[in-house]
Structure formats: structure tokens, C-alpha cells
Ligand binder design. Structure first.
Ligand code: SF4
Length: 389
């Protein structure tokens, strides 16, 4: 097999992208689309089946440790659509008995009513887009739920599923570190085993970008942003939910297995409009794949060609090393230098490692991994760029 790469037990997962939302949030640059008319879910299921068969032909014999329904808003899918896609995955690959099967959900009451159906279909973990714990900020963020509704959805989720997570966005316009500390503490009284805490970034081509450019919205300055970051780490460490990844906090053992596959540079099939994948293909090596983003165009292409791939590129050793560093240094555990060498075909640059250790940005863990320090995490992009150069 050309350019064979060991998996280093980072595992195999399947990502399913459902690209529809009820409305477009003003900060969102995900591949999400609003449709005025109903979605023909059976037609989408048939297309997902075709894509899954295509990927399984490229990467046969795998065992899925994780399946993730992301979006978009997968909690707009009918439970039987979710069940049909899970059946299609199981018909192509083995599914580990303890496979983590996550569905992203918005915490409206309508969607919470579907949770039991998702559980019956096989979902065993939900990730809820709560985003803020007060109605004023939810309105600013363009969310369609109230704080009370969100907490009810969290209760339904935690009563039905053994595993649940919710997301909050911080560094919102006008937010102070003291307010964020109070909000986080409130969240922790409701929190399941896992919280994703994302710092608001103004993305290209979003409504928020237009508002910022027009001077109609300001986000916290860099100093406040750093103070908000520090509050996040202090509060979550004190609660026994330290960051295992830049924006993700969990009780020990409750980490998202799916995201760990990405960050540990494992192997994953991505199906659906605008999905990304990394597969190790017999005779080729590790390939980067992505699909047509536009939902109806994706359907048409899959129906014609049996897959929606618009990118299917072999990654060079250097590219794999870079990707592994970018992903792995997001993790508190860091990266294994021996694995980097096996992927990249070269050792980490020892002079750069030494310089970054000297600056207090990275350190070597007891197991020998290279990892970011608490000082390095807030400036991780610069650290990775330095190390990868
Ligand atoms: S619900 Fe999520 S995916 Fe949909 S527009 Fe809002 S942030 Fe984007």
C-alpha cells in the first residue's frame, strides 16, 4: 500500500452533515441553509446511502467508533431519517458496540419533543446549541429559543441520554468577565458532563461582520477577550471540567470521542453537503475530501455520480504533518513527536521546540508529548505556525 500510515489507534468515525436551519444566525458561517418549503427527507436518505457506499468502497472494513450528525440543525430531521442513515452506516461498516452516536440539536421545545425518537433510532449523545443563558443575549445572537426553553431542553436531554453537552458562546457584545463568570457558574449547575465554550469570532460574510464594519456592533477588545478566557479556565478548572481541547471541557472520561478522532488525526468519512473527510485509501494514502456545499446541487450530483465529492486530494507527508500539528496542539494532551515523524517524514525542529519551551509556550509532558502550556493556548495559532514552519 502506497504511503501507508498507521492509525495510532486514533480511530474511525463518520460525520453526517444536515445542512438546513430554520433561520440563519447572524454570526454563523457554517454550511447552513434556510428553505421556505419542506425538505424531501427520503430523497436525502437515498443520497446519503449512496455517499456512504462510495466511501465504504474507498475505506472498507473499518469499525466506526463514533457517528456524528452535525449541521445545520440535525434536530430538524425526522427520527426515522436519522434511523435510516444509521442503518445505512451499519450496512457499510462495523459499528463498535459502544459507538458514540451524537446529534446536534437546537434547544427549542419542538426539537426536545423529538429527543425520545432520536434515542429510539440509536442516538446516545446530544449536543445542544444553548449559546447564552439570558434572553437579551439570545436575541442578539439571533437564536430562536429562550433561556428557559433551553434549560427545559437540557433537562429532557439529560433525563433521556447518558451523555449530553451544551454549547455557550462568550465574548459577546458588552459582556464583562464578571457577567461571564456568573453565567458560567449558572451553566455549571445545569451542566451535563461536557460543555463547549466558544469565543465569539466575527466571521467573513456574516451579518455580524456587516454590523461591525458599519460600526453598529462592537465585541470585547483583546484585553477583555483575554480576561474572559482566563475566567473560563479558572471557573471550569474549579468545577472539575478542565479544557481537554481549546474550547471543550469535560469531566474526565466524558470527552467527545468524535472530536477526538479529528484532533488526534484519525480517519473519518464525511457525507452530506459540504462535509469533509480524511480517509486512508488503499493504494493511495491519506486523502482530503470535501463535498459540494449547496444542498440541492449535492443531491443532483450524488444522484448522477453516486457521490458528492468535489475534492479528493492525496495529502503529502508534509501536509499530513502540518494537519496533525494544527489539530493535535488544540488538545491538552498535545502531540506525540514519534507520530509526527512517521506522518511528516521529518522530526519536529528541535531548535524551534527549544525556543518555544524557553518562551513558556509549549512543554514536554511526562509521556513525551509536546503540548501547549496555559500561556501558549490563548496564542495557539502563532505557536502552531512557529512549530510547523
Ligand atoms: S442554528 Fe447553528 S448552523 Fe444554523 S444558522 Fe444558527 S449557528 Fe448556524
Amino acid at each position: 500500500m502506497a504511503n501507508a500510515q498507521p492509525l495510532f489507534d486514533a480511530g474511525f468515525g463518520v460525520y453526517v452533515h444536515w445542512p438546513f436551519c430554520l433561520s440563519k444566525c447572524p454570526y454563523c458561517d457554517f454550511n447552513s441553509h434556510v428553505r421556505a418549503t419542506g425538505i424531501d427527507e427520503d430523497r436525502y436518505v437515498a443520497a446519503f446511502r449512496a455517499e456512504l457506499a462510495h466511501r465504504a468502497a474507498l475505506a472498507p472494513g473499518r469499525t466506526a467508533r463514533s457517528i456524528f450528525f452535525g449541521g445545520g440543525t440535525p434536530s430538524l430531521m425526522r427520527p426515522r431519517t436519522v434511523g435510516a442513515i444509521l442503518d445505512a452506516i451499519a450496512s457499510q461498516w462495523s459499528v463498535a458496540p459502544d459507538c458514540e452516536i451524537t446529534l446536534e440539536a437546537n434547544p427549542t421545545s419542538v426539537e426536545a419533543d423529538r429527543f425520545a425518537g432520536y434515542k429510539a433510532a440509536g442516538v446516545n449523545r446530544v449536543s445542544l446549541g444553548v449559546q447564552a443563558m439570558n434572553d437579551a443575549d439570545l436575541k442578539t445572537l439571533g437564536r430562536m429559543h429562550t433561556a428557559e426553553e433551553a434549560m427545559r431542553a437540557v433537562s429532557v436531554a439529560t433525563s433521556l441520554f447518558d451523555r449530553a453537552s451544551f454549547d455557550l458562546i462568550y465574548a459577546r457584545p458588552g459582556q464583562t468577565p464578571a457577567q461571564w463568570r456568573d453565567e458560567l457558574r449558572e451553566a455549571l449547575t445545569r451542566a451535563p458532563e461536557h460543555l463547549s465554550l466558544y469565543q465569539l469570532t466575527i466571521e467573513h460574510d456574516t451579518m455580524f461582520q456587516k454590523l461591525v464594519e458599519a460600526g453598529r456592533m462592537t465585541t470585547p477588545d483583546a484585553e477583555t477577550g483575554r480576561a474572559l478566557w482566563d475566567v473560563t479556565q479558572e471557573t471550569m478548572n474549579a468545577a472539575g471540567m478542565p479544557a481537554y481541547e481549546v474550547s471543550n471541557h469535560a469531566r474526565p472520561g466524558a470527552e467527545s470521542r468524535h472530536n477526538l478522532i479529528y484532533w488526534r488525526y484519525g480517519e473519518y468519512a464525511g457525507v452530506g453537503p459540504g462535509a469533509h473527510g480524511r480517509l486512508i485509501v488503499e493504494g493511495r494514502g491519506r486523502v482530503a475530501q470535501s463535498t459540494e456545499k449547496h444542498p440541492e446541487m449535492w443531491l443532483t450530483v450524488v444522484e448522477a455520480d453516486g457521490h458528492g465529492l468535489i475534492e479528493d486530494e492525496l495529502l503529502s507527508a508534509e501536509e499530513q504533518g502540518d494537519e496533525m500539528l494544527v489539530m493535535g496542539l488544540r488538545l491538552a494532551e498535545g502531540v506525540d513527536p514519534a507520530r509526527f515523524e512517521a506522518l511528516a517524514g521529518r522530526k519536529l525542529d528541535q531548535r524551534r521546540v527549544a525556543a518555544l519551551i524557553e518562551e513558556g509556550m509549549i512543554e514536554v509532558s511526562p509521556s513525551g508529548n509536546v503540548r501547549a502550556t496555559p500561556e501558549g493556548f490563548p496564542v495557539l495559532n502563532a505557536v502552531v505556525a512557529d512549530l510547523a514552519a
